[in-house]
Design a protein around this ligand. Structure first.
Ligand code: PFF
Length: 453
């Protein structure tokens, strides 16, 4: 991909590829899991505010960096500020992409297990196990989840090496809308379950007393994770945008679609959670233990379940491909190796690290870092620290090093599209985003109270 800076073929291609990178397990799996462990609707509120007021400006800024420099994540900062330390933002992003890929592949592997179980008929057959117990037996197994992680890394590796992403891009033109339709059907089924109202209140009626510093930090992390910000993915993608890609419109579209999918996922999950008496704060397994209950309530449950998990696996695949590509493109350009070799090194290391994450649901459960399992600790480090930090530094960099006129020319395609809110964007990018992210960090560390007090 990065060898000879090709550009995306069509307008739709740009949006689909970027949406494909953004929409994935982050909205369907991580969002409900985070909302459930962070007090419900108050989390949703802060997440949406962060998405609009921080996510959007940061996304536009990353688009600027990518298309203006036409280079990979590290190269772009080097090109825009030669001989300075700013390229560390790029290194931070690449490391984050690598670490995220390692545990993202584990969860992606779970989707394959559910495809398999649906196919075998063991998920819904008569006398099936309780879904929670079933998941726990699977996830705590020492081999099965690792096998699926390997399968998923293998699939990703194959696409990255053979460059069949064109096929994937075409396939996702059908799959993404289909996933959307199934989400809608599931939402309808979920909100018509007994006691669904309780779930909807949990999702939409904020209790502001729940807003602790950790909830706010989690919402910030979720906004960055789900929009694929702070890890160079969008910088890399934007470097393939053509000169007349409307980056403002693309940023809006990606943000709106992504947020919409997350909210739909919430409507699909929480009424069912309350209806079936599941604990909202069940953690990473929430979606996997809730959904089979909903499928069971649909006619042709087997078919819905099968299609849904295949589509979810595909949505995850478009994300793992972009994460893998960020690291591979960097490795091959930087160390002058072949694409195949770079991809192998990335895949094998990702798999090895993924194994530890996977085992942290079973044999390594007791091994904790600051009270978090290895899987949770990686997620915390990347989503809540590395990504916002990268976003903050990117804004500071562009705010201090890039001439306003250059910024405006790039974001308006040399004046051919209008940018009425340019001054507001600059204000948010230059001041609000870095200050807000800084405050959230200080607050979580308890330093804010200390400074003020
Ligand atoms: N945004 C993706 C999701 O929500 O599932 C995760 C992701 C994909 C993050 C690709 C970063 C990235 F480069």
């Amino acid at each position: 991909m990065a060898d000879n800076r090709v550009t995306f073929g069509s307008k739709l291609g740009v949006i689909l590829a970027t949406v494909g990178c953004a929409v994935g397990l982050g909205s369907v799996w991580r969002f409900p899991y985070m909302l459930g462990t962070n007090g419900g609707a108050a989390f949703l509120l802060v997440y949406i505010l962060f998405t609009i007021f921080l996510g959007l400006p940061v996304m536009l800024t990353e688009f600027f960096v990518g298309r203006h420099s036409r280079s990979n994540t590290v190269g772009s900062f080097r090109k825009l500020a030669p001989g300075t330390c700013w390229s560390w933002i790029g290194y931070n992003g690449i490391l984050a992409a690598f670490l995220i890929l390692s545990y993202y592949a584990v969860v992606s592997g779970w989707t394959l297990e559910y495809v398999w179980q649906t196919l075998r008929g063991s998920l819904y057959g008569p006398g099936h196990a309780d879904y929670t117990a079933g998941f726990q037996t699977f996830a705590s197994d020492a081999f099965r989840p690792i096998f699926w992680t390997a399968a998923f890394v293998g699939l990703t590796h194959f696409v990255v090496v053979s460059g069949v992403d064109k096929g994937i891009e075409r396939a996702s033109k059908i799959m993404m809308p289909l996933l959307f339709i199934i989400l809608l059907v599931m939402c309808v089924r979920s909100v018509t379950l007994p006691d669904a109202g309780e779930g909807l209140r949990y999702l939409f009626q904020p209790d502001l007393s729940k807003l602790t510093s950790s909830v706010v930090l989690s919402a910030l992390g979720q906004a960055f994770f789900t929009l694929s910000l702070g890890m160079g993915c969008l910088i890399t993608y934007a470097s393939y945008f053509s000169k007349d890609t409307d980056m403002q419109a693309t940023a809006w579209q990606v943000t709106v679609i992504n947020t919409f999918v997350a909210v739909l996922a919430g409507i699909m999950i929480f009424p069912a959670v309350f209806s079936f008496g599941i604990t909202p704060s069940a953690g990473a397994e929430l979606v996997f233990i809730t959904l089979p209950n909903v499928f069971e309530q649909l006619p042709l449950s087997f078919l819905w379940s099968l299609i849904f998990y295949i589509l979810l696996a595909m949505a995850a695949l478009t994300s793992t491909i972009s994460l893998h590509e960020v690291v591979t493109a960097y490795a091959l350009e930087e160390f002058h190796m072949t694409r195949r070799k770079a991809a192998w090194i990335v895949s094998v290391s990702v798999f090895l690290l993924g194994t530890v994450s996977s085992l942290s649901f079973g044999p390594l459960k007791e091994f904790t870092i600051g009270g978090l399992t290895f899987f949770e600790a990686l997620d915390y480090l990347t989503a809540k620290i590395m990504l916002p930090l990268s976003g903050m530094m990117t804004c500071i960099f562009v705010g201090t090093h890039i001439d306003r006129a250059v910024l405006k020319a790039e974001l308006t395609n040399e004046g051919s599209v209008r940018f009425r809110l340019f001054a507001i964007y600059v204000f948010f990018m230059k001041y609000v985003a870095p200050v807000a992210i800084g405050i959230v960090f200080l607050n979580e560390l308890g330093l804010l109270a200390w400074l003020i007090g």
